[in-house]
Design a protein around this ligand. Sequence first.
Ligand code: ZN
Length: 290
Amino acid sequence: MMSRTYEDVTRYVEDQSQGKCKVLSAKTEHTFDDLGHKVNVWNVKTDNDGDWWVVEGDQSPMNLYPQGAYYFSADEVYSFHIGIMQRMFSTHDTYNPEDYVKAVTLDNDIAPTLFRKLKNISALIDTAIEIEDFQAIGVQCREILIELGNSIYKPEMAGDEEQPQASNFKKKAELFIKSYMSGSENSEYRSIIKKMTEGTWDYACKITHSQTATFYEVSTCVSLIISLVNMYENVRQKSSDPISQFQCPNCKSKKFNVTDSEHDENGVISKLFLQCEECGEVTQIDFIEK
Ligand SMILES: [Zn+2]
């Protein structure tokens, strides 16, 4: 990219003001080359739109900054400009949808199909611009929830009730919660998951029709979806990890090692022996068929 001329800078400032001003003078106030490429800061005066700094260089786009109120010197505007450019380039280089999903889910194990879809919407959010892009993300969010419903639901969960329709995520989630999270000790956990489930579904549906959604609402929707998928994984994992609730009866520590185990005739664990790392107490845990 060649350095700009007096004409380039003048035209740029007049274009930016949408023809409301004329440039009276423009001269290079300072040239910086401390980062290995040339950056010029131009001092531009206009007839009725104040004075401006224009920053441009071999490898940076042209930008303008108002003088006076915000940036008093060429040095200040140069530092500011370089800061913004570095941030722009670094966030663009390092945004990785997979890392985003892993961060929101605390790197939890997520069912592969769901994980792939979450990665996909996290990638889309980075490039969405038009209202149709946002609506399309809403549609995908809703599909992920339907997929989540299929992944957590088993027909026996309905009991005597009628089987829910294939795409009835809310109902499937409700039946799953009922069968996995019974008991008064789960009542708060159950309640927050119910609220999140209904809120997230309704919000995703809203986004699919919204004419006014911006990046911010859609980004909220995407992070809600990722969190919700993770919550259901947590519930599933909790039920298959009965020793997560274990505390040493002697010192109440949750740090322990499994020292021995017994299995029933089918090879399923029936007994575990846990030794407390803190006080050495050994506790036997019996598994009763659920
Ligand atoms: Zn202990």
